[in-house]
Design a protein around this ligand. Structure first.
Ligand code: OGA
Ligand code: NI
Length: 369
């Protein structure tokens, strides 16, 4: 760190107590907005970003938009081949793609967004009962900024996470307003995950069941994000630049927009497509694919418009008591393609990622050989 003067020290001190005061309200960012603030507290200030934002012009639209892949016709071998090729290409070059005709109905997608909105907009006293920073105390955790005390700046969003470790939760573990749809949606995402891991296995030239066989589809975490409208969106972000610590993430976003992916050092909008789900490759799949598939950084801008709702399904077994070691998949290694990473357990990786916080650095480099 650069030389500290008195000012720096007092800034750090203030920040800590301001974070604590914010945490203690248990009302998150929504609480600030409900109180009618017109200027955002300084804990939310983010330094300007070094990348430019790509402004789409018509001629470049194709080149600079995240691929949309239609999953219709998977049982036809010729179509399937084409879909697998599209998945491979998108996973290598973008680390992101959107899917349509994925089998989850529009009704279910609408209902889960309503359910997430309903959770955050319900009676504050009821909502507060779920507020905790102890991730193992309950399968359902609500708080604002999982990395509140470790991240360099606070994000303009509140979230809940359901650790879907036990397939059938006790009903009292989940909030009443979204219980039913949360279970339904999560089960459907789990099923879709199995299919996606089959396609990704084929895309890596492995047998169809490979990624499911090594438990990539075990342990789904479902996070509901609530990004309130922000009075000064240029000063903060919804989620700062990060890559996901998953095998894959399946994301549902509403039509507000603001999700951007870093592509050729430019921020590209992941435009909302009605009925689509966004799939992105996470750090673990980059690691086990030995860098063939890319875990790409992304962020969510804050917005005057809101709330924005999104639901992220994180495929990651990190919270299960598994000491299983993951390293680059042997079947894809060769003399020309030696392993680039050391083996690690997901538990270890999660601990490292969490401790590091969303500070803009990749957690993967820590595991490079
Ligand atoms: C995440 C994430 C994007 C969004 O939760 O890791 O990148 O649109 N979310 O909420
Ligand atoms: Ni993410």
């Amino acid at each position: 760190m650069a030389a500290t003067n008195k000012n720096d020290v007092s800034t750090i001190y203030d920040r800590k107590s301001e974070l604590k005061a914010f945490d203690d309200t248990k009302e998150g960012v929504k609480g600030l907005v409900d109180a009618g603030i017109t200027e955002i507290p300084r804990i939310f200030y983010h330094p300007p970003d070094e990348y430019s934002i790509h402004n789409t012009s018509d001629s470049e639209e194709e080149q600079f938009s995240v691929p949309v892949i239609d999953l219709k016709g998977l049982s036809d071998p010729t179509k399937r081949k084409g879909i697998v090729a599209a998945v491979a290409e998108a996973s290598e070059s973008w680390g992101f793609f959107q899917i349509v005709n994925h089998g989850i109905s529009v009704d279910v997608l609408e209902e889960i967004k309503d359910g997430v909105r309903g959770f955050f907009q319900q009676d504050t006293a009821v909502k507060k009962q779920f507020y905790t920073r102890d991730n193992f105390s309950s399968p359902f955790v609500y708080n604002s900024n999982f990395d509140l005390y470790s991240a360099p700046a606070t994000h303009w969003r509140d979230s809940f996470t359901w650790y879907m470790i036990t397939p059938t939760p006790k009903t009292e573990d989940l909030p009443e307003v979204c219980r039913e749809i949360l279970v339904e949606y999560s089960n459907q995402v789990r099923k879709l995950g199995k299919l996606l891991f089959e396609l990704l296995s084929e895309a890596l030239g492995l047998k169809q069941s490979h990624l499911n066989d090594i438990d990539c589809n075990e342990g789904l975490l479902v996070t509901g994000h609530y990004y309130p409208a922000c009075p000064q969106p240029e000063l903060t972000v919804g989620i700062s630049k990060h890559a996901d610590r998953t095998f894959i993430t399946v994301l549902l976003q509403d039509n507000v927009g603001g999700l951007q992916v870093l592509h050729h050092n430019m921020w590209i909008d992941v435009n909302p497509v009605p009925g689509a789900l966004v799939v992105n490759i996470g750090d673990f799949l980059q690691l086990i694919s030995n860098d063939r598939f890319k875990s790409v950084e992304h962020r969510v801008l804050a917005n005057h418009r809101g709330p924005r709702i999104s639901v992220a399904g994180f495929f990651s077994t990190g919270l299960l008591p598994l000491g299983k070691l993951y390293g680059p998949i042997k079947e894809i290694l060769s003399e020309d393609n030696p392993p680039k990473y050391r083996e690690t357990t997901l538990r270890d990786y999660h601990a490292y990622y969490r401790e590091k916080g969303l500070d803009g650095r990749s957690a993967l480099t820590h595991y490079k050989l």
